[in-house]
Design a protein around this ligand. Structure first.
Ligand code: MG
Length: 338
């Protein structure tokens, strides 16, 4: 990979070799980025046609084969509210027995969901609470205080489970707009003091910009330096890659995304989905980060998913046809090169 300055970098195993224009070489340890694939939950829950349990297992198997080692596989929620998650227990038990060493997460909205997750063998939970009171009421049908009380119950009942608190609308709410200065840091500190060690800052409606992401992360880290941070950015306004990169450059090593950018935003009909996993892998790997993921296998899977599950795909790579694919289609699908 080269740029105008004449410097270029290439990945060499887990080292990054940087050749400078004057011939000197520097070798650096590659920065690691942990990609959390949340498509099986956030992507599929936005698909209206039922995805069969067998198809879900098949896609998760290929994700694992491509080197994805952190997957949010389902949510334990009311089947009436989200019918796509009706087979959460079966999918969870399958993954737990097949991939005992993988980081398998499940989203739970309450103690009942935590019980179901624990009984299915899940050790890592995502628990959602919104920064904005209005969004929490619409999303979870509770006040923030009630949500935090429920979190306390889950912590007390299942002290051995790892709980990541997803702070929804961390960068903006459809009803209340941008949070006030230090509002996110103060709320994060409150959750941290409850005993939570990991927090995911979620741009639920995709309104963040990279500078805001940097500012908020610095503010949160200053308040809670020991907290493990993750980000979950929607690509609603085309800011997904830029905002995720901004977080990574602030030192956040855990980022969430969905295969193909599948997903959506219930408060913005027509909006694109999450940041696409393969787009993130492409960007980070070309920049010299280590994701541990095979980009080729991942992209092939993303295209496969798009061919079997109808949905809202906002990824870029998943839309690109290779010359080979164009040739295979023939007829009206010809590629032209100008
Ligand atoms: Mg989301």
């Amino acid at each position: 990979m080269s740029d105008d300055s004449g410097a270029y970098c290439q990945t060499n195993g887990k080292r990054r070799v940087i050749r400078l224009s004057h011939g000197r070489e520097e070798e650096k340890k590659m920065d690691q980025i942990h990609i959390y694939e949340v498509g099986p939950r956030d992507g599929w829950q936005n698909v209206s046609e039922p995805v069969s349990t067998e198809e879900k297992k098949k896609i998760i198997d290929v994700l694992a084969d491509a080197g994805v080692s952190h997957i949010q596989i389902c949510s334990f929620v009311s089947h009436r509210a989200i019918p796509q998650m009706r087979d959460a227990k079966e999918v969870a038990e399958y993954c737990v027995s097949r991939y005992p060493n993988m980081d398998l997460m499940a989203l739970v909205p309450n103690l009942r969901g935590a019980k179901d997750a624990q009984e299915s063998g899940i050790r890592h939970l995502s628990y959602v609470v919104s920064l904005s009171e209005s969004h929490n009421k619409v999303n979870i049908n509770r006040t923030r205080e009630e949500s935090l009380k429920e979190l306390e119950n889950i912590i007390k009942t299942y002290p051995d489970l790892d709980i990541c608190v997803d702070i929804a609308t961390a960068f903006g709410c459809p009803f209340e707009g941008r949070p006030k200065e230090r509002e996110l840091a103060k709320f994060t500190e409150h959750v941290y003091r409850m005993g939570i060690k990991e927090i995911c800052l979620c741009d639920t409606i995709g309104v963040a910009d990279p500078r805001q992401v940097r500012t908020e992360i610095r503010s949160v880290e200053k308040t809670c330096p020991k907290l493990e941070l993750m980000v979950h950015i929607h690509d609603t306004r085309g800011m997904g890659l830029a905002c995720t990169l901004a977080a990574a450059e602030e030192g956040v090593t855990k980022v969430q995304s969905t295969l193909g950018g599948l997903g959506g935003c219930p408060f913005a009909p027509g909006a694109s989905g999450n940041t696409a996993t393969e787009d993130l892998v492409y960007m980070f790997q070309n920049m010299g980060y280590d994701t541990g993921i095979d980009f080729g296998k991942l992209l092939k899977l993303s295209k496969y998913q798009k061919s079997v599950i109808r949905g809202n795909y906002s990824g870029h790579h998943v839309m690109i046809q290779t010359m080979q694919e164009c040739g295979k289609k023939g007829g009206g699908q010809k590629c032209t090169v100008r």
